[in-house]
Design a protein around this ligand. Structure first.
Ligand SMILES: NC(=O)c1ccc[n+]([C@@H]2O[C@H](COP(=O)([O-])OP(=O)(O)OC[C@H]3O[C@@H](n4cnc5c(N)ncnc54)[C@H](OP(=O)(O)O)[C@@H]3O)[C@@H](O)[C@H]2O)c1
Length: 326
């Protein structure tokens, strides 16, 4: 079977398509004939700097949709030919992938394979951020960085469905603000003075919850943009900053809280909660038509172009790799 292999960390062109032996499912696992693989910013980080990569060479890819190919010992509730989506620790940029049965989800009625590939990582992450880590309550206000990206597009909708009074977004370009406004955002700030724009929009009050995938200075300024009892959840380091922190001096005055969330950590440490999150979030998506437009599709051979696009900061919505005639 063909797969995209990274043999050294570096620019997008280090990704090469190679023939690899077809994987077989072990106990508690399934193999999936991949129809589509979602493209995530975390995969670009894995390729460039080894984010959550155990060893070289490796096959990137944290989420796929497709048909169950074979079922390993002890697996119940999944059978060959069934359409599924799965979250993975890697390996998704391939014609066949092995997935833990615990992290493989059958699709609700009406959810096709193309839409399903876009959702496992972003939808579960968005749901976990808003409900579990962010503990958003009805009528609270939210600030979301990277509002027009894959996670950002879904976060606006999930926050709105959770009863947010106002959802504010931050993006780097005006066209992205126009795009994000279709996905649950009341106002979208463009550019580096977003905190001044937020201050004006909230009359100086700030927001109850800020969700930050950028890190470093953006994280520090998001902390300063919180209202009393506000919460700041870090969920990425797109800016590649050195570790950042806050202590009592920054938190005490307004009784602020900081936390962090990782869907990959949850998947490996608490698969049962991941499954509950998947059920709740897929149900929400089906009932309320949570949308994540696929804005570009690439064959496996052009995975590098997909990474160039997501790293360029010019993409909106979701990028997919189209694999087995998906
Ligand atoms: N913790 C978790 O469980 C989890 C799960 C999934 C994703 N994530 C994180 O969520 C973020 C979004 O992931 P995604 O896959 O949906 O990607 P994406 O949002 O489609 O693309 C990445 C976005 O990051 C923003 N960005 C901000 N600073 C950047 C920088 N210095 N370089 C490049 N991009 C920058 C860009 O938006 P602007 O140009 O508008 O700023 C860009 O659109 C990533 O940071 C990712 O690591 C975390």
């Amino acid at each position: 079977m063909r797969a995209v292999v990274v043999s050294e960390f570096g620019a997008p062109e280090v990704m090469r398509v190679q023939e690899l032996p077809e994987p077989q499912p072990g106990p508690g696992e399934v193999t999936i004939d991949v129809a589509y693989a979602g493209v995530n910013f975390a995969e670009a980080k894995a390729r460039s700097v080894g984010y959550r990569v155990a060893a070289l060479p490796f096959v990137p890819g944290l989420e796929v949709s497709g048909l169950v190919r074979a079922v390993g010992e002890g697996v119940t509730g999944l059978r060959p030919g069934q359409p599924v989506a799965a979250t993975l620790d890697g390996g998704g940029y391939a014609e066949v992938v092995t997935a833990s049965a615990a992290r493989t989800f059958t699709l609700p009625d009406g959810l096709g394979l193309r839409a399903a590939a876009a959702l496992p990582t972003v939808l579960l992450t968005a749901y976990g951020l808003v409900h579990d880590a962010g503990r958003l309550r009805s009528q609270e206000t939210v600030l979301i960085h990277g509002a027009a990206g894959g996670v950002g597009t879904v976060l606006g909708q999930v926050a709105r469905l959770a009863g947010a009074a106002k959802v504010y977004g931050v993006v780097s370009q005006p066209a992205k603000a126009v795009y994000a406004k279709d996905f649950g955002y009341d106002e979208v700030f463009v550019g580096d003075d977003w905190d001044r724009q937020l201050d004006a929009a909230t009359g100086g009050r700030g927001v109850d919850l800020a969700l930050d995938p950028v890190g470093g200075g953006t994280w520090q300024r998001s902390l300063a943009a919180l209202a009393r009892y506000g919460r700041l959840v870090s969920f990425g380091n797109a800016g590649g900053s050195a570790p950042w922190s806050a202590g009592a001096a920054e938190l005490q005055g307004r009784a602020l809280s900081v936390s962090a969330f990782s869907i990959l950590a949850l998947a490996s440490e608490d698969p049962r909660r991941l499954r509950e999150l998947a059920t709740a979030s897929f149900d929400l998506a089906a009932a309320w038509d949570v949308r994540l437009p696929v804005t570009a599709e690439f064959p496996l051979e052009r995975a590098a172009d997909a990474h160039r696009l997501i790293e360029s900061r010019n993409s909106t919505g979701k990028l997919l790799l189209t694999v087995n005639g998906g």
